[in-house]
Design a protein. Structure first.
Length: 371
């Protein structure tokens, strides 16, 4: 079995009840599953929500506070309750947690980012379970991660994780909120997050969760763009995380299975640096995205940047980025071919494909989602 680095995000609704207490049954279930995943050799980093949800009752609030100072005070109380619970439960499996509270600036400042990376890798090398949450008590409202879904996506990129598992109170993404639409259908596998999916993803389903499915999808999009596979769903029992890793999880898997694409395509998708951009019309977009065809000069209307034959370029459609591929022509050779029909240039060239389909990787994110 290949050892993988896995970030697991657990939402408030999967750790606490609506009264502002830890749900011991759910909590123990997660710990058993994490211990089982570590036992078979995977590296695990936990992003745990639940500080506000576990703390508000002790502060005398009847429900999850809505004011900033109320949330920050509840998080300060709840975070220690949470970590104490983690320490007690993990000890039964001989595991030790490490608490890491992060703010937005820890990602945007280069030195802090590198320090966080070094600390996390050192903890993993020593078999510790890092447990990350946002440093709610000092976070300024406008500078927060938004929610822990986005924090977990950024962490998964920071540590170069193979998988991000977002555990929640529902078994995946549906085409409508199933708590409101009983006939909603679940997606088992999604290669690309579309505008329709984002529109169908609604708000939080419980009194303690924040963000709902929409924030999970936006976070998943970020993780996919960082080369991390994502699972959103639920499960029960000690084997639930192992099942998820083996592809039998109860939820939605997102992203292309990069293990099935060849290593040239993998390199193009994840590591290559783009040297230029090729802009294509609707017909060409359809051909390369839906029909699995190679890119031909006829569908190209603009080329930017300076690149050599064999370098990687981005291909953009009318709405944004479509993917990346290795070009068969330099930018200089390509300019006079723009818009030409294949039969017009066939005589002069040994082949007409600008990007051969074997050297083309469609994007996992659609840039227009952010526009
Ligand atoms: N299209 C959808 N598919 C699945 N769940 C959805 C959808 N739209 C909204 N939801 C809601 O999102 C909730 C999960 O988000 P949230 O309550 O924030 O959980 P967590 O505390 O785990 O972050 C579900 O309980 C569900 O009610
Ligand atoms: N940092 C907050 C988490 C807020 C949050 O995103 O919660 P959730 O939607 O349950 O993952 C806390 O610990 O309460």
């Amino acid at each position: 079995m290949e050892k993988k680095r896995v970030v697991i995000k657990i939402g408030s609704s999967s750790l606490t009840n609506a009264k502002g207490e830890i749900d011991h049954h759910k909590f123990s279930d997660h710990i058993r599953a994490i211990a089982a995943l570590k036992r078979i050799g995977h590296e695990v980093i936990l992003v745990s929500s639940g500080a506000v949800a576990a703390g508000f009752k002790r502060l005398g609030y009847p429900s999850r506070p809505v004011t900033l100072k109320g949330k920050q005070a509840a998080a300060a109380v709840g975070q220690s309750i949470l970590i104490q619970q983690y320490m007690d439960e993990l000890a039964q499996f001989g595991l030790t947690p490490a608490q890491i509270l992060l703010t937005r600036q820890d990602f945007s400042k280069k030195d802090r980012y590198h320090n966080a990376y070094s600390t996390l890798t050192e903890l993993l090398a020593r078999g510790i379970l890092p447990i990350i949450n946002e440093n709610d008590t000092v976070s300024v409202a406008e500078l927060t991660f938004g929610d822990n879904d986005m924090l977990s996506a950024l962490v998964s990129g920071l540590v170069h994780a193979d998988e991000l598992i977002i555990l929640t109170d529902i078994n995946g993404l549906y085409n409508a909120n199933p708590k409101l639409e009983p006939n909603a259908k679940r997606f088992d596998f999604i290669r690309e997050i579309t505008d329709d999916m984002l529109a169908a993803a609604g708000a939080a389903g419980s009194k303690v969760g924040t963000g709902g499915m929409k924030s999970k999808l936006i976070a998943a999009n970020t993780a996919l763009s960082l080369g991390v596979h994502v699972f959103i769903g639920t499960g029960q029992g000690a084997n639930k995380l192992i099942d998820i890793m083996e592809g039998h999880g109860d939820g939605t898997y997102l992203g292309e299975d990069l293990s099935t694409i060849n290593s040239r395509k993998q390199w193009i998708a994840l590591y290559s640096e783009s040297r230029g951009k090729i802009y294509v019309d609707e017909g060409a977009e359809q051909a390369i995205m839906e029909k699995g065809s190679s890119l031909l000069p006829a569908g190209i209307y603009k080329v930017s940047g300076i690149f050599k034959k064999g370098e990687v370029v981005e291909v953009c459609g009318l709405k944004g980025l479509l993917g990346k591929g290795e070009v068969s022509y330099s930018s200089e050779e390509l300019q006079p071919l723009i818009g030409k029909r294949s039969d017009e240039i066939e005589q002069q060239l040994s082949h007409v494909e600008v990007i051969h389909r074997d050297k083309w990787v469609p994007s996992l994110i659609r840039s227009d989602i952010y526009e």
